[in-house]
Design a protein around this ligand. Structure first.
Ligand code: PLP
Length: 467
């Protein structure tokens, strides 16, 4: 493809993306394809290149029917992954520049724009000063996902708890970690990668609202200490995946401080709600956290992948992850005046992801995200009132934000069947979970294109199908 072709195809592709967004509501939300159906539309072997026109036709023929459409207004599944035009354009710039931001010297603007965006976001989210780049010992970095943020935090905590010796002897045999059974599966995965298997992961009991019980955490820590083990890391979740339960971060943080554990706060989706000042109660106790992660790629319209990872203990993070081979040594780094973000993450190479935040904040600002978040909360309350008025249904958990977990009183099989039937219609999509001993339909209101009418229609669909 030469420059002239790139220009022409690029314009057409932008049009194609706009058309996709404008027509997405007419597509099924959940992909209605069988396993192997998409692959069967592709030739088994690469063949000769046949050009961009044929490719565009195949985007519609091969790819679109195999998509579950996350930008669809009837998308009430999982948590949202909103994309936005400014962030899409920023992705194009990032790809177009083709630079690497592994160290300051490898492309200074990548690092410095990112540091500034992390500070802007800390301010917009009302996060503690200890996470800012100007603080004595903290700072922030963009990770690909909340899972990567969690892993990074575990590695930093592991370094601190062993006084750095883990880098040499890899001995994690005494380390113990804590989270409730409501914590995301990425916590167990991160711990496993870091050498802490399930025998050394304590599932801390939660209360009736699915939030961690601090007294149970304290007891578990004491029991492990008595057994000669080393409690080292606790994860509090602000907005669990199952039900958006909020662990009591302040009480957990006080125990963590007292006992010398690293507190990581996973606020993957709910943390973004604090763009709205009236929702800053979600930040209570964060000044006690050693690390924190939240995802603009979920609820803010900053296209995946964009996780904000902050730590108040940069030294432990660098201790865990910095390695300096001769080929990465730079004069700028030797002065100590610059950040080399490769030491803040698992991979070496890194994309210019901060552009997505910069473009979004410079063009749209946070106004549209704040308005959307407020709408989603209000609509969840309306939905809860409708559900409460239908005696066939019940609500299984508190719903302080934008997720309602509901079930049919007729039982778990009926709830599971309802989800399957609703998803098969293609007009709305929900996901299933288990809360306590009950199957729940998660009604997660988070897509940018969703409207109150859309929520009402989806609820009517559930009512009709429940008959
Ligand atoms: N933590 C929580 C609470 C989540 O809800 C999710 C995903 O929904 C994750 C972690 C994992 O997010 P990511 O896909 O960014 O790794």
């Amino acid at each position: 493809m030469d420059a002239a072709e790139f220009r022409a195809h690029g314009h057409r592709l932008i049009d194609w993306i706009i058309d996709y967004h404008q027509q997405v509501a007419s597509l099924p939300v959940q992909a209605q394809v069988a396993p192997g159906e998409t692959a069967a539309k592709l030739p088994e072997h690469p063949g000769a290149p046949d050009g961009f026109d044929a490719l565009l036709v195949d985007l519609d023929r091969v790819v679109v029917p195999g998509l579950t459409n996350w930008q669809h207004p009837g998308f009430f599944a999982w948590f949202p992954a909103n994309t936005g035009y400014p962030a899409i354009l920023a992705e194009l710039v990032s790809a177009g520049l083709g630079v690497q931001g592994m160290s300051w010297a490898s492309s200074p603007a990548v690092t410095e724009v990112e540091t500034r965006m992390m500070d802007w976001m800390a301010e917009l989210l009302g996060l503690p000063d200890g996470f800012r780049s100007a603080s004595a010992s903290g700072g922030g970095v963009i990770q690909g996902s909340a899972s990567e943020a969690t892993l990074t935090s575990i590695l930093a905590a592991r370094y601190r708890a062993t006084g750095g010796s883990v880098n040499a002897d890899s001995d994690t045999t005494k380390l113990v970690a804590y989270a409730t059974g409501q914590a995301h599966s990425s916590i167990e995965k991160g711990l496993r990668i870091a050498g802490i298997g399930t025998d050394h992961v304590r599932v801390v009991p939660h209360d009736a609202n699915f939030a961690m019980r601090p007294d149970a955490l304290a007891e578990a820590i004491a029991a492990d200490r008595a057994a000669g083990l080393v409690p080292f890391w606790v994860c509090a979740t602000v907005g669990t995946t199952n039900s958006l339960a909020v662990d009591p971060v302040r009480a957990v943080g006080e125990i963590a401080r007292q006992e010398g554990l690293w507190l990581h706060v996973d606020a993957a989706m709910a943390g973004i709600a604090t763009l709205c000042p009236e929702l800053r109660w979600l930040n209570d106790g964060l000044e006690l956290a050693d690390s924190y992660g939240t995802n603009p790629h979920k609820w803010m319209g900053v296209t995946f992948d964009c996780n904000l990872f902050y730590t108040a203990d940069r030294a432990s993070l660098l201790g865990a992850l910095s390695i300096l081979p001769e080929y990465l040594r730079t004069a700028a780094a030797e002065t100590g005046a610059v950040i080399d973000y490769r030491d803040w993450q698992v991979p070496l190479g890194r994309r210019f992801r901060a552009l997505k935040l910069w473009f979004t904040l410079r063009t749209d600002g946070v106004g549209p995200a704040q308005a959307m978040i407020r709408d989603h909360l209000a609509w969840t309350s309306e939905l809860a009132a409708w559900v409460a008025a239908d005696e066939r249904f019940e609500i299984l958990a508190p719903h302080p934000l934008n997720l309602l977990c509901l079930a049919l009183r007729a039982g778990d099989d009926a709830t599971t069947a309802l989800i399957e039937r609703a998803n098969a219609t293609g007009t709305a999509m929900f996901t299933r979970t288990v809360l306590g001993d009950r199957v729940a339909l998660r009604f997660s209101i988070g897509a940018r294109s969703t409207t109150l009418d859309g929520v009402r229609s989806a609820w009517r669909l559930l009512q009709d199908l429940a008959n």
